[in-house]
Design a protein around this ligand. Sequence first.
Ligand code: GUN
Ligand code: ZN
Length: 436
Amino acid sequence: DTRRVHAVRGELIHFTADPADAGDAALTHLPDGVMLIVDGLISESGPAEAMLAKLPADTRTTDYRGKLILPGFVDTHIHYAQTDIIASYGEQLLAWLEKYTFPTEARFSDPEHAGEVADFFCDELLRNGTTTALAFATVHPASVDALFEAARQRSMRMIAGKVLMDRNCPDYLADTADTGYADSKALIEKWHGCDRLLYAVTPRFAPTSTREQMALAGRLFAEHPGVYLQSHVAENRGEVAWVAELYPEARSYLDVYERYGQLGERSVYAHCIWLDETDRERMASTGSAMSFCPTSNLFLGSGLFDLDRAHALGVRVGIGTDVGGGTSFSMLQTLNEAYKVLQLNGQRLSAERAFYLATLGGARSLYLDDRIGNFASGKEADFVVIDPAATPLFARRMAATTSLSERLFVLMMLGDDRCVAATHILGECAFEAGTA
Ligand code: GUN
Ligand code: ZN
């Protein structure tokens, strides 16, 4: 038998449905569980006693008793090239792009720089328990190569694409409608479906593309079934007003994307704050997804996401860190800020729903829930191991909890990279605290 068999023991927590719909039945909790992994896929999980009784005595076993094991986090919106401008002071979206973002993205014309940042970025995701990301590269095709190479070396699931941007940006960062199309097509042929890598057509946002480029982005999306499309929409009020000037023919900002064939399954829009009811209905009926990016929305002063409205209309929603507009790689810190954004908006976010959104909900928003998002049999064994005693305060507050719900809430409010004891990719340890 040449199969790679691996048993992992610990407190297993995962979701099989949205707690906002299914309530407590959405969560599966095995206080002492064993997950059996064969060739990187979950074959079965169950109570430790029953599982161990039927496994051969020499089965390779990793013992994480005393720790929590959750599905790897899914970050549905992040910019790898903005790693080095995280925490840059004082601006809202459009000025922040001019002052910090464009100059730093220009450096990715150098493939060596791109490679160094891509390696750091993937390691930082793993340190934070993030195992799948939908990421922007830059306008440079080699920046996509660098990110996919780094993800492939680590066997990570990564969806990424070359930024399309042919106006309203510095000349040194602009492509053209034709080169953007040709370069994207070549990258799709090179990378889409290679190992765990998937391609996303990436028009930055409507203001930085001409109508010609918007049409060709829609064409790329239509011509390659299974590829993704990622962009930004309705993040900032100044941006919304600018789009209305640039595209007076459109009913709304979202309508610009719809006119160019950019809504549909596997399209993911970051922010989605200043949308109207029709926009949200269009996203729901086309199967498009929203990425809720709370740390970014607070940091750039953009506004408050309306999760209740999205949920009521049945729109797919995932969570995004949006680094470097966002201020943390940690999905735990991002859930903390999501809770606060919703508080300011008169809404609630239970811990169960928060962790659902960071795992299975994110996977559903990416149409990857047949592969990742929970511990169902046949799924890829990407998971994060959480140390509930990672810091003095965390251990003290955890010790005072009386329910799983409360423990999960403490984890999302106080947790960050310090709580990540290990991250596994396809069953194998890809990060272990204290060794990196
Ligand atoms: N809108 C267009 N580009 C960007 C970007 O890089 N970050 C954010 N947060 N919004 C954008
Ligand atoms: Zn963004």
